[in-house]
Ligand binder design. Structure first.
Ligand code: HEM
Length: 148
């Protein structure tokens, strides 16, 4: 008598497991162009953070900033995977927020270029700090949680 509920639970688990796995697989296979752009930006971004304070590297830093800028500009035309799960007004709100944050990011990258061209490394380092906050906030608000 007592064992029956356990058996039922186990049977249910066995029945639902394949579906859960199928779902998981779908998510793993889901790949977006935005991810590609972000990955491309990431390598340049790490180097920028390492060398931003070194005036001797400004030319190289500017070339790296151009890469991040190109990625962020392309990202303006792309749709995050979380938006695809939404509909109607919620989706519009999500996309408006995403676009606003990405436009601000592109603006900050423009400021970063200006500071570097002027040889203002302290100013440039401060803008890199702001961009890093924008990256973190952007990921908090628009990127699935299970990813970095
Ligand atoms: C310097 C700035 C940034 C860097 C270096 C960066 C880097 C990355 C990296 C490495 C990923 C993971 C890619 C993968 O899974 O293959 C990612 C994903 C993502 N990032 Fe960024 N990111 C930056 C700024 C932003 C900003 C400002 C936003 C939003 C306004 C944003 C939104 C996203 C989203 C939504 C994803 C998930 C991809 C998708 O939903 O299709 N990122 N980013």
């Amino acid at each position: 008598m007592k064992k029956q509920p356990l058996i039922l639970t186990l049977a249910l688990l066995l029945l639902t497991l394949p579906f859960a796995q199928a779902n998981h697989h779908e998510e793993e296979d889901h790949h977006t162009e935005l991810e590609d752009q972000m990955s491309a930006m990431n390598k340049a971004w790490r180097s920028i953070r390492r060398q931003i304070k070194d005036p001797a590297k400004n030319e190289s830093t500017l070339a790296l900033v151009a890469k991040v800028k190109a990625g962020a500009q392309k990202a303006l035309d792309l749709t995050p995977m979380l938006a695809e799960e939404q509909k109607g007004a919620a989706k519009e709100k999500f996309m408006a927020g995403y676009l606003k944050a990405m436009k601000r990011t592109v603006g900050l990258i423009g400021q970063l270029e200006k500071a570097l061209k002027a040889g203002d490394n302290a100013g440039a380092a401060a803008i890199v700090g702001k961009l890093n906050d924008a990256r973190k906030k952007g990921h908090e608000n628009f990127k699935p949680e299970d990813e970095d």
